[in-house]
Design a protein around this ligand. Sequence first.
Ligand code: SF4
Ligand code: SF4
Length: 383
Amino acid sequence: MTDVTVVSCPAYEQVHLARALREALSPFGFPEAIKENMHVVIKANLVAPMRPDSAATIHPELLRVLCDMITERGAHVTIGDSAGGLFNAAYMHGVYRACGLTALESDTVKLNNNFAVREVSFPEAHTAKNFSFTAYLDDADYTINVCKLKTHGMMTYSASVKNLFGVIPGTMKPEYHFRYPKAEDFANMLIDLNEYVKADLCICDAVLAMEGNGPTAGKPRMVGAIIASDSPYKLDLVGAHVVSLTEEEVATIVEAKKRGLSPESYDALTISGDMADLQVEDFEHADGHRGLQFETNSIFGKLMSKAMGTVLTAKPKLCPDECIGCKKCAQICPAKAITMKNGKPVIDRKACIRCFCCQEFCPKGAMRVGRNPIAKILTRTSK
Ligand code: SF4
Ligand code: SF4
């Protein structure tokens, strides 16, 4: 039985996408699982109002082909997300327009227009036992998680598991960063959201991925692949492998393994398709992602971990020449650690919880993941 498919797709053209999606999805019973009059909800990654060629959001042509496969079965589709802003019609329709989605609308394909939010109680959760939830997902007979393959300042990597952070309404997201400042807790919160939604199918748009200063200000990087699975955890194991991250470097993978939701390793997966040809060895990772490990069983190791951790931990860093003084970072900072002085943001390092929301939502890419030069040297040689 196939766990994950990886299929080559060299461009966002109908002919390539139709073949790649068919090959990638058929092992998971798609589109046969789609029945007449079903309501299919696609939770796409629409993180910000950005053009498709920025590689920050799902490419509209991929969604078009996917929607065609669904509507041909007599079902209807809603595409939705909550970007990092207001979860209302005015803001989200601007996101849909910028992301090139409005042309997809038809009698059977809708862009979500239900901006209700409800409070969820999820006692079985490991970490997020209560959370706010974008209610349009409640109406689904079949849910598809369509993510983008990207680097991420705080979480190293953004793909299938991270994509479901979009079920938290945009303006509430900083509160969740504040609630779960440690990557381990944040990862468990994301896993809880995935366990709550239980998407029927997970697809990763890795045709044009994002490397470097992701998830919004990185560089587009052609990977040329569609990755699919019925498990977000298995998909992420393969996605990480494609961009040459180790499993230990991705907190959501580590935590999913601890919770028994993911196989012990990539090697335990049954993968169909073109994996061997699609690994990108020189994929540029988010600068701050790689931490240093010390042997913590010894007293020396513990002391070193604490001392070096403070010095070497990645921090948000402003590139003043690129900053336009828009204040968005100060408004979004969950720890209220940013104040504007002389038109530029100044970070209170003691208050900063290193969530990298300021980096994620800076419209100019002026906030970066910064690391101490010593950390760069040490971690480069430790890989
Ligand atoms: S969001 Fe970016 S451009 Fe705007 S003030 Fe902050 S750093 Fe400058
Ligand atoms: S300064 Fe940036 S990284 Fe620090 S808490 Fe605020 S948004 Fe998060």
